[in-house]
Design a protein around this ligand. Structure first.
Ligand code: IPE
Length: 274
């Protein structure tokens, strides 16, 4: 089985709800981006890093305004331009913050390795080549992408996490959002610290009665927490541990990497089912 893990690689998603104020159109959360960048700098001393970021009140704002979704369709050309422009802007804000603290980000547009819902493995492996031989941090992001015949679709950063993780087999994949992890109940629930999945992709929690409810976030065209969980299950199914943590406390990523106790949810494959 081709299952060579890149043991010092960590793939991190910067959720749109962390890096932007989701309910305020086109407003970056500079402080959160800065805090995140500083922790990434710390992680970078012992790990290779790839970053994916979401759209938050940039990409999602225009996608909603022009009624654009993940389903390929002939969307408004103006909407397509607006979404693309807003994502370039958000990416550039993040890249500038990284450079300001002496990190070396390298933006890679999703369309260079995803086309028509297929991915190009060579281009993805190229990222690995880059991080092995340079000090760069590849950074890609959810965006509007051309599918075919004039159709476009919104590609979520969560899907990019899945594509990159399955191909590059990192030690961990970490999703950051504006909540501590997955809760067993949306309104007054408890944080579920560990989720095991069986080979049949069944969710197994410690307490067999625990059910997980999904919130449908407003201002989100790509499926909110539900998509994060389904993409996480696909990644964990490849034997890659996935963590969902609160991006306003990015230091929790250090706890995860050090193998210490952490606040968040881990999604792993149940060893017994392998
Ligand atoms: C969305 O990416 C990209 C666009 C809407 C253009 P994500 O779906 O990953 O964004 P967040 O993290 O949920 O905001």
């Amino acid at each position: 089985m081709e299952n060579l893990k890149n043991d010092n690689l960590v793939i991190i998603k910067l959720g749109g709800s962390v890096i932007t104020y989701k309910d305020k159109p086109l407003s970056p959360n500079y402080l959160a981006i800065e805090k995140m960048a500083n922790i990434i700098k710390e992680l970078k001393t012992h790990n290779k890093i790839i970053i994916v970021h979401g759209g938050g009140s940039f990409g999602h704002y225009w996608s909603i305004k022009y009624d654009m979704h993940t389903l390929p369709s002939a969307y408004s050309d103006e909407g397509i331009s607006r979404v693309r422009e807003s994502m370039i802007k958000l990416n550039s804000i993040i890249v500038e913050k990284f450079i300001a603290i002496n990190l070396k980000p390298f933006s890679i547009h999703a369309s260079s390795f995803v086309f028509n819902n297929l991915h190009r493995r060579e281009q993805i492996m190229d990222m690995m080549d880059m991080i092995e031989n340079n000090d760069l941090i590849p950074i890609t992001y959810g965006d509007v992408i051309h599918t075919s015949g004039g159709n476009f679709s919104i590609l979520s950063g969560d899907t990019l996490m899945n594509i990159l993780s399955v191909n590059l087999k990192p030690r961990f994949s970490i999703f950051t959002t504006n909540v501590d992890g997955i809760y067993d109940n949306i309104t007054n629930g408890n944080l579920v610290p560990n989720i095991l999945i069986s080979k049949t992709r069944e969710l197994l929690t410690k307490d067999a009665d625990t059910k997980i409810e999904f919130s449908s976030m407003v201002c989100d065209v790509t499926g909110g927490m539900k998509r994060k969980i389904s993409e996480s299950i696909n990644i964990a199914n490849e034997g890659i541990p996935v963590y969902l943590i609160n991006g306003f406390y990015p230091e929790r990523m250090i706890d995860i990497i050090n193998g210490s106790e952490f606040i968040g949810t881990s999604i792993k494959m149940n060893e017994e089912s392998i």
